[in-house]
Design a protein around this ligand. Structure first.
Ligand SMILES: C[S@@+](CC[C@H](N)C(=O)[O-])C[C@H]1O[C@@H](n2cnc3c(N)ncnc32)[C@H](O)[C@@H]1O
Length: 206
């Protein structure tokens, strides 16, 4: 399929997509907002005084949702390697999350008290080679876990996007060993044909 044809098809499916329509009407920047909203409504993740780190935040749907709940007692820090238009109280860091210099900026902003919640909607750039894409996805998720060990408060939570395939079982096991409860979530806004799903790990054990 030519690039032109596939981008036309993507546009067509986007226009038919109910969540895209709903997001446009509600001035959300992405349909992804409904994934976080569904998980939050079910699992009661986000509280007004929480310190939350949004990894892979651009264009900003999840950060918009966070800022509709978190008030001046809390803190929202968003990180993405792509630019993001400012959102109210969200402090945005531009850069590759896997780089120490980027994570350090986040640690400084959060300070000693640590974060209540880390959410990651990151996905690596796809090559189209399934094995390569899957291993990049797991490596990125491992970076997210390491980051959590340095920033989460004891009792803090992690929500991380994964793609079903090699390495997901071991990753889940890693979270099971270090959090009190590990749950799988596939929100309705996550397309059925996508291998994407979310792991929610609750109550980090130090
Ligand atoms: C699916 S989008 C996130 C959508 C977002 N949750 C929203 O609601 O608008 C994934 C994002 O992850 C970012 N990303 C992927 N790898 C990254 C990395 N290593 N460092 C920072 N951002 C990354 C991409 O640039 C992209 O903007």
């Amino acid at each position: 399929m030519t690039k032109n044809k596939s981008s036309k098809q993507w546009l067509k499916s986007q226009n038919k997509d109910l969540y895209v329509k709903k997001a446009r009407e509600s001035h959300f920047r992405s349909r992804a907002v409904y994934k976080l909203q569904e998980i939050d409504q079910k699992d009661k993740l986000i509280k007004p005084n929480h310190c939350v780190i949004d990894l892979g935040s651009s264009p900003g749907g999840w950060s918009q949702y966070l800022s509709s709940i978190i008030d001046s007692r809390g803190q929202i820090i968003a990180i993405d390697m792509l630019p993001m238009e400012p959102i109210g109280q969200v402090s945005y860091i531009l850069g590759d999350f896997t780089e120490e210099i980027v994570q350090k900026q986040c640690f400084i902003q959060v300070g000693k008290q640590g974060a209540d919640l880390v959410i990651s909607d990151m996905a690596p750039n796809l090559t189209g080679i399934r094995v390569t894409d899957q291993s990049r996805n797991i490596v990125l998720a491992e970076f997210v876990y390491d980051f959590c060990t340095r920033i989460l408060k004891p009792g803090g939570d992690l929500l991380v996007k994964l793609f079903e395939g090699e390495g997901t079982h071991e990753y889940r096991q890693l979270l099971q060993d270090n959090f009190s409860k590990v749950l799988t979530r596939k929100p309705k806004a996550s397309r059925d044909q996508s291998r994407e799903f979310y792991i929610l790990a609750r109550s980090y054990k130090l």
